[in-house]
Design a protein around this ligand. Sequence first.
Ligand SMILES: [Zn+2]
Length: 596
Amino acid sequence: MSTHVLTAVAWPYANGPRHIGHVSGFGVPSDVFSRFQRMSGNRVLMISGTDEHGTPIQVQADKEGRTPRETVDRYNRVIAEDLCGLGLSYDLFTRTVTGNHYKVVQELFLALHRNGYVIPKVAKGAISPSTGRTLPDRYIEGTCPICGFDGARGDQCDNCGNQLDPADLINPRSRINGEKPEFVETEHLFLDLPAFAESLGQWLSTRTQWRPNVLKFSQNLLADLQPRPITRDLDWGVPIPLDGWREQPMKRFYVWFDAVIGYLSASVEWARRSGDADAWKAWWTERDAQAYYFMGKDNIVFHSLIWPALLLGHNGKGDRDGRPGAFGELNLPTEVVSSEFLTMSGSKFSTSRGTVIYVTDFLREFGPDTLRYFISVAGPENQDTDFTWDEFVRRINFELANEWGNLVNRSISMAHKNVGAVPTPSAPQQADEELKALARNAFDVVGDHLRRSRFKAAIGEAMRVVGAANRYLSDQEPWKRKDDPERRDTILHTALQVVSDVNTLLTPFLPHSAQKVHELLGGEGVWAAQPEIREVEDLDVAGSVYPVLSGDYAAEQARWESRPIEVGRPLAKPTPLFAKLDPALGETGPEWAAIQ
Ligand SMILES: [Zn+2]
């Protein structure tokens, strides 16, 4: 039976290129999951885009001497290219400056407002005494009132991670000219989060299959929910569609508010582009559809509490009840899949400190599947994980190249040299049957892990079959069976069948090399489909053209099953699947990645 599965992937912030820490948290895991779900026959909608509003964009734009729009145009493209290069199979990777996104954000807000879950409150806003202009949060720094760190920003302390209000900072000063800001009263709109405490608690109590740390963390926050501001004094963002608000150039939705609604707006945009404007509903309003959200651990609260609260408010399901808004009754997340952090040499990846490896540099030198392999087998799935070049080189050389690459190469080489095609098997022996059964049974075992987002366990099981197949070849020694070609051909046929099965098992992880193995085994056509960048015109703003990531995944042949290989299919001499890396790289890394 086919299920509609929404893969909702965290939105990268468009203020710079992505480093490998970013894609290890949200990128590769969500793509492995989506590819597996498609191979299992489910209808996947994988969506995301770049998050492009807010003060950090304005800060970055000022630094670059550009407008915010020019800055996000630049990084939207850079990020889309990074993710495309990694082979992340988005149905739509879009952005938050589109006319469609603005409309969906405003529509969802109006439903919240109609149902009574938006409350106005007077708050303190900062202005610059010398210019009289509003000073956005991030332009203010000072000492954190919680931990005492002296470089805290007006909206957040990078040291303790707490959200702040600029008026709370001790010794606040402007980052533009160092002057002390003046605080004046300003009205803002707040989401009445406490009105959802009970509904959220009931819903969370049904989420028993979540990773325990995510569930516990979310439940602990329930007792202390506070109204949360959804507007800001800022001119770069989505306008507020209420009389008295929409005319004010310095009142916009807070960036977190518009970005999290991107999951819905991207789904709607995908549907509008597909020719069936209602097609998104199968993932959002059908009760048996599933929705999986992928992100780093610093984003859990937005996906386990705040986004569900917005959905409940839109549906009219908080303390004040209400009626569903324009989108109908929307589904809450099935699961929130969060990962931990990838660190480098013990410290968090940071562009400012120079501990950074950009995706684009990595792909240019090593290609996508080595990074996908490393993240899957050694990434920060359950705990913070240190990236070291030494471990990267070791895993690529000893696991990917020596184990998997070598199994593919010697199985196909021997069959090519001796038969020139997939050989005909005869009377199978116990060892042959055992190995084939191990590979066949792995579909259930690996599939079960993947359904539950246990990527390390899943790829570990697939690699266990690779190890068994290599031992089988060493034991059976087909190269010594010149005078018994029937037995030799049976062994080679067994090895090729297992290579074919393992290639299917590894396809979600290593889609690029899986396509190559498919071809080395004599297959034709698309085995694992890849995304591509398409230039599209904004559906609501004539003349605005931007790149999106999309793909034709229905064309791919890979199915989550053991498929018998075809006897007699011609086999050419294989070329190596993975190049071995220079062990010296393990000591320092490539020159471009040296820590500055
Ligand atoms: Zn702090």
